[in-house]
Design a protein around this ligand. Structure first.
Ligand code: ADP
Ligand code: MG
Length: 245
């Protein structure tokens, strides 16, 4: 495998019972690439993302991340997962822990960082998401946008080399969206490999190296933002963009 390929997906299928949700996905993502995934609701975008860190088991096909075949049951998935950060639409912060404790938890538990190391790192990432002053706050006292930025800091604290985002701004009030997208733009500019399922077409246009259009469990089109947004080839892409733009 070429060593600048971060993610390689071959003929991925995922069925829920008789419901065929992913019907043969092929995709390569290079180191440092930002890939935005767009497409109608129910087209399989979340399922695909969840397969990438094996929150879902593929029905068939192969997924290789950092050279590890994560579709192989013998692969130590916990180890690979430590390098894959995931941010969901709903932030899933632990309500009984402070912001700082939320961020320190996984590095101490999984990476065996000392508390001091974890605290130092947590503050570094809180600075990055511009929330150092909220270290001792409980999640309930934060706005949605702040919670999501904490969730991003928490994922970054594991020092992943790929970040997966599943509609990170969809549950936010409109005035909060920009702050979260700004953090993601900075991550992208710093060279993070990112896969972002999003309805934010402006973000995709501006930040993505590649845009992948999903429909009905297959990738209908894959190209740079200019190709996808200005010169879509597949009729399905055109139809979708006509609806959302
Ligand atoms: P998207 O993220 O593009 O909206 P999803 O991946 O969430 O699409 O869903 C694709 C299809 O898979 C939908 O028909 C959905 O109902 C189905 N699905 C998703 N998750 C599950 C699950 N855990 N069990 C059964 N069906 C599921
Ligand atoms: Mg989804």
């Amino acid at each position: 495998m070429e060593n600048n390929i971060k993610v390689k997906v071959n003929d991925l299928h995922k069925y829920y019972g008789k419901n065929k949700v992913l019907k043969g996905i092929d995709l390569e993502i290079k180191d440092g690439e930002v890939v935005c995934m767009i497409g109608p609701s129910g087209s399989g975008k979340s399922t695909f993302l969840r397969c990438l860190n094996r929150l879902e088991d593929p029905t068939s096909g192969q997924i290789v991340i950092d050279g590890y075949d994560i579709s192989d049951k013998k692969t130590n998935i916990d180890k690979v997962r430590q390098n894959i950060g995931m941010v969901f639409q709903h932030f899933n912060l632990f309500p009984h822990l402070t912001v700082l404790q939320n961020i320190m938890l996984a590095p101490v538990d999984l990476k065996k960082d000392t508390k001091e190391e974890a605290r130092t790192k947590a503050f570094k990432y809180l600075e990055i998401v511009d929330l150092a002053d909220k270290a001792d706050a409980k999640p309930a006292s934060l706005s949605g946008g702040q919670k999501q930025r904490v969730a991003i800091a928490r994922a970054l604290a594991m020092q992943p080399d790929i970040m997966l985002f599943d509609e990170p701004t969809s549950a936010l009030d409109p005035e909060m969206v920009g702050d979260v997208l700004d953090v993601m733009k900075r991550l992208a500019a710093d060279g993070m490999t990112m896969v972002v399922v999003t309805h934010e077409m402006g973000f995709a246009k501006q930040v993505a190296d590649r845009v992948v259009f999903f429909e009905d469990g297959v990738i209908k089109e894959d190209g740079n933002p200019e190709q996808i947004f200005d010169h879509p080839q597949a009729p399905e892409t055109k139809r979708f963009l006509d609806k959302v733009l």
